[in-house]
Write a protein that binds this ligand. Sequence first.
Ligand code: FE
Ligand code: ZN
Length: 503
Amino acid sequence: MPSDDELRKALLYALGLGYQLCPDALEALRSLPEGVEPTELLKEVLEALGPSGRSFIRGEDVEEALGRRAPAPVGAPRPIPAREVEADIEVLMDPTGAPAPPGSVEDFLRYFKDRFERLSSLLRMRMDARDASTVAAALRAGQNSEVKMIGMVREKREGDGKLVVVLEDLEATATVVFTPRAGSSAYDTATRLMPDQVVCVRAVKIAGDLFLAKELVGPDVPLARRENTKLDGPLYAVLISDLHYGSRSFLHDLFGRFLSWLKGEVGTRRLRELAGGVKYVVIAGDLVDGVGVYPGQEEELEVKDVVEQYEGVAELLSELPDHIEVIMIPGNHDACRKALPQPAVPKKYAGPLYEDDRFHFFGNPSLIALHGARLLIYHGNSFDDMVSTVPGMAFDRPLEMMRLVLWARHLAPTYGLKTPIAPLAEDLLVVEEVPDVFHTGHIHVAGSGGYKGVLLINSGCWQAQTPYQRARGIRPTPGRAFLVDLHGLGVRELDFTRPELWA
Ligand code: FE
Ligand code: ZN
């Protein structure tokens, strides 16, 4: 390890040339192996950066430079701490096996009643919604008096600078008007409301069933600093999604590189070290491209039989070192019920993925604790509806939709658009428990961020842009994986499209 003097010298050298060091770059310099002089290495970093216009140096820049200098020989022994750790997987919620009624009117009435009750009790846990009344009580209030009520959004209409929301509960209906003047933050929030969401409104009674909104709150998640005390050092889960195996656009090479990294065969010294700490691979759906998912799909398939597609996935995943466990859920391309919540893909299609006891297939969504760290894993099927109905949502901004879902405490708020919902006796799409990590996929654009202490990760894809996406201007970001430390709950994005990192 370099001395403090050597580090200071390196830091001043970079600053002198107008470069800042990110915290992870400093960390990487601090852990340089014996005999590597930090300033000399920084010179190589800057040379490689060239005239990129970037004025900060990242940890991976340092690791790359180190990798170029002395690529560790293939097959060199490396520490594999994850091998010493026993798997600890606790299933907190899995819809697989929950009976799905046929979907009569009564089934749906019961389903929505259950949703309403669950979400209103989440709302009543908030200080500012605890004392809310029913819609009927608000209707009985005198003119000009202030009321607070909880209701489900039945309808949202926009016109001449105001927004009209029809709110209903189990017995009555009210019409609530939002204007920027009466409450500008309520108005802004209301523009993003989706039908069938449950919210609390503070409003002034105008006349009859008409109210003027002052404030709008969703169930939301409480702000918290989350930590996992069950582990006492780093242990990693790698989050990915949307392999679309079987499609002609499945990126064999990139996925091969990903597997080689986990096998300890490629990567800079630091990246190989990290691979040794990986205990889990978590896949948020669309393992295969499926068959008959959209018209004309046949043309784009390399493997045209769905069972063979799952065989291919199993073959790839079985290359993983045997101390790594794989957690999987289905997506809209997988061979199971399309209506949410989706059960795990049945054995008759995905047989090989049940043969190995390191493979764990759960439903979509599922809440799984890994060594105590709670992951809410959801494919993201409803994101399509959010993009088409909520202003500000877009296919290249997954985090916005993930935040909206947590604010609503519901994974698929609207019924009757493109996302089918099965009317289960209990609404398992309600986000009852706040997770430590919220992991989604589906829109093929990678991103990570946070919301009130929850780590948000949309894990991208392993499929190149398809003609379908090209026609819609969707630009996927394939070849990304997210390394999540189950202890510290921090994340690091790994980009497998950059060959220099994976020599
Ligand atoms: Fe997908
Ligand atoms: Zn999908």
